[in-house]
Design a protein around this ligand. Structure first.
Ligand code: FES
Length: 176
């Protein structure tokens, strides 16, 4: 049976803990030079802690680092990687890498968009799913592949992915 590690995802639970970790990260980086690359590293850290970049966190970064908020927003919106809204309960990372693409990733993407009525970067109205493109997920042998939540789903077809999404939605309904 596959082992799951809780250690590797031991992210701080409370807002205070997350903020403390972010502040520690900023304090470390403040010792270095090159503000621009520091900012990107800080935004990465913030997103890994919160799942996206909340407004109050952007303000905190601006204050602590002495960087204008407008500049931080400029950087955060320039890079598609950064999310400015909370992700869905299940984040769908759909691989558009070469191996997946030649095996029909574009059709999988279209099926997901049609089923969920969202575009890439969007979140469903009920907050259950968000959709993001991904480069190689390291499972090319199973192409085309998507990661939904923590799980890799491979050898997808448009029909199969729609059924998988329905199963996740059912689970989300049950957990309400
Ligand atoms: S290209 Fe999709 S998993 Fe490698």
């Amino acid at each position: 049976m596959a082992k799951t590690s809780t250690k590797e995802r031991a992210t701080p639970a409370t807002h205070e803990e997350k903020l403390a970790e972010l502040k520690a990260h900023m304090a470390e980086l403040q010792k270095q030079e090159n503000a621009q690359s520091q900012l990107i590293s800080i935004l990465h850290k913030a997103q890994s802690l919160y799942g996206y970049l909340p407004n109050h966190v952007m303000d905190e970064i601006a204050q602590t680092m002495g960087i204008p908020t407008a500049h931080i927003w400029g950087v955060a919106t320039f890079y598609h990687y950064f999310k400015l809204t909370p992700p869905g309960r299940y984040e769908i990372a759909l691989c558009l890498g070469t191996a997946c693409y030649v095996k029909g990733a574009a059709q999988i993407l279209q099926a997901v968009k049609d089923e969920l009525k969202i575009d890439v970067g969007g979140v469903t109205e009920d907050g259950v799913f968000s959709l993001a493109p991904a480069r190689c997920l390291g499972a090319c042998g199973l192409a085309p592949v998507a990661m939904i939540g923590e799980k890799i789903h491979g050898e997808l077809t448009p029909k199969k992915v729609v059924q998988i999404l329905k199963d996740y939605r059912k689970q989300a309904e049950k957990d309400k």
